[in-house]
Design a protein around this ligand. Structure first.
Ligand SMILES: NC(=O)c1ccc[n+]([C@@H]2O[C@H](COP(=O)([O-])OP(=O)(O)OC[C@H]3O[C@@H](n4cnc5c(N)ncnc54)[C@H](O)[C@@H]3O)[C@@H](O)[C@H]2O)c1
Length: 485
């Protein structure tokens, strides 16, 4: 209810401001006078002038990938560290790419000049998580399209502010959820949208990734994996509690599932319950790895080893989500999607298909699954998979993601994910924390679309036309050097 009240107050404030400015109240009143960003598209942008903020680990990869996309030009770079900008510039020069005309560095807010620069169409944000929301909002207000690394926001207020800003300025604002473009995720998307799994009823996703060693180096900064150990050590006062609630990293698992189920475009996430398990693995790892006097053993590791959350959608589907970043288990995003006629289940990938709804179906044999995998491979992976694997970036999915937004922008199509996806997927962090803290009570997930989900068209995640984009795919397949990677 709290969120609805806030929405009402903010909505009316916006309407009053519009009235004072002589604006009309056309369109959807619940959206505060603006219309929905669902299925939003802009006129084709044949040449996309990109500015990248944050040239660290992910940002360097982004520079390398975007530089390969015909029609995209990296015209601006920004990082707090001048050496990061210099190194990216040097790489682009070595690869014979145009030199970025605008470079910014040195100050915490040097990035604002990039966002303000009128020679940029799109701001690509790859900084630490806590910087994403201010950078998104500022860049939107400066009239830029925005693509941001995960998470798009960290608090509920930020989610709303990003949505409202986006609706006001009418620019794209998409979270770069690369896992949506994984080969298995796209296969599952295709199975769902071909109707082969029947009516979708349930999904499971996770982020099972043992990062205990990394947490021991910098336990107090959840948002930046690479914070130096020194900083963490300084913060590690004896007896300090290392505690977080709910699902702290949901989007890699949830993003693909939301696209399978067309969430925010015919269904929406309504409620979440969340509970965390006993906390044991960090403490035991610290005791077994470090001397009793070392700072790692001064902390009380209290974040539950496993958090399990269940989301219920408006159509009554359920999504089970888990996050576990500390117990010994091989990496998994779980990635299960269940329908009335079949089930896809990853890690390792398996498929069960029945001829009739509800009829028993076992997992396909290795050969049958191989055949099905080829037959139902997503068109994007059919046409770009080989190239994407050569370029790299999480097995190719990062490049497919970048190619796809570039293609959509160049052809005036809606992007595969919109600002409502950004907000609702990111909002799982505060919503699940609220539920977990209260002992697993159901918590309402706000409808950031304010009703537009009921009429929004499901997004068709189609192929890209490499020829139209300026690639010569036949040469690229044969000759790795064409890609200059
Ligand atoms: N999608 C994925 O698979 C994936 C994987 C890892 C990280 N991430 C996300 O990517 C983001 C970046 O992660 P990373 O691993 O590259 O981190 P990183 O620390 O390697 O890079 C961050 C960069 O931002 C720069 N920076 C910090 N403050 C700045 C400011 N005020 N202005 C300009 N630049 C600033 C830093 O100097 C650094 O170069 C994080 O938000 C993280 O959550 C996503």
């Amino acid at each position: 209810m709290e969120q609805n009240r806030r929405e009402f107050i903010k909505g009316t404030a916006w309407m009053a401001a519009l009235a004072a400015a002589g604006g009309g109240f056309g369109g959807c009143m619940s959206l505060g006078g603006t219309s929905s960003m669902s299925n939003f598209a802009v006129a084709p942008l044949k040449k996309i002038r990109v500015g990248i903020i944050g040239i660290g680990s992910r940002g360097t990869g982004a520079v390398h990938r975007i530089a390969l996309i015909p029609g995209c030009e990296i015209v601006a770079l920004c990082d707090l560290r001048p050496e990061a900008v210099e190194s990216a510039k040097k790489w682009l020069k070595e690869k014979g790419k145009p030199e970025p005309k605008y470079c910014y560095s040195g100050k915490e807010d040097s990035w604002k000049a990039l966002s303000d620069n009128d020679n940029i169409d799109l701001v690509y944000i790859v900084t630490p998580a806590q910087l994403h929301p201010p950078m998104e909002i500022y860049s939107l207000l400066a009239g830029k399209h925005v693509l941001t690394e995960v998470p798009g926001a960290q608090t509920m207020d930020q989610c709303w502010e990003i949505v409202e800003t986006c609706e006001k300025v009418r620019r794209h604002c998409m979270m770069l959820e690369n896992c949506c473009y994984g080969e298995m995720e796209m296969l599952a998307w295709n199975l769902c949208h071909k109707g082969l799994l029947g009516t979708l009823t349930h999904a499971e996703g996770g982020y099972i990734h043992n990062l205990t060693g990394r947490h021991m180096e910098h336990p107090t900064d959840k948002n930046n994996f690479r914070t130096r150990a020194k900083k963490a050590q300084a913060l590690a006062k004896p007896g300090s509690l290392v505690k977080s609630w709910g699902n702290t990293y949901p989007t890699h698992a949830l993003g693909p599932i939301c696209l399978y189920m067309d969430i925010n475009r015919s269904d929406r996430m309504e409620t979440i319950v969340s509970l965390s398990s006993l906390a044991a693995a960090h403490q035991e790892f610290a005791a077994a790895t470090y001397k009793p006097e070392e700072w790692q053993n001064h902390l009380k590791w209290a974040t539950g080893d496993m958090n399990t959350s269940i989301i219920r959608t408006a159509k009554g589907r359920t999504i089970m989500m888990q996050v576990d970043q500390c117990t010994p288990r091989p990496y998994s995003r779980i990635n299960l999607i269940q329908g009335t006629k079949g089930c896809f289940y990853d890690y390792p990938p398996r498929l069960a298909l029945s001829k009739k709804p509800g009829e028993h179906a076992g997992w396909l044999s290795e050969d049958a699954f191989k055949k099905a995998r080829e037959e139902h491979k997503h068109p994007l992976w059919k046409s770009v998979g080989e190239i994407a694997k050569k370029v790299g970036g999480h097995g190719g999915m990062d490049f497919i993601m970048d190619l796809r937004w570039a293609y959509c922008l160049q052809n005036g199509l809606p992007l595969d994910m919109d600002v409502y996806d950004l907000a609702s997927w990111s909002a799982i962090v505060p919503c699940s924390a609220k539920s977990d803290k209260a002992g697993g009570v159901p918590v309402e997930i706000p409808d950031f679309t304010r009703g537009a989900w009921e009429t929004a068209k499901p997004q068709h995640i189609g192929d890209v036309d490499l020829g139209k984009m300026g690639f010569d795919p036949s040469t690229a397949k044969k000759d790795k050097s064409q890609l200059n990677v």
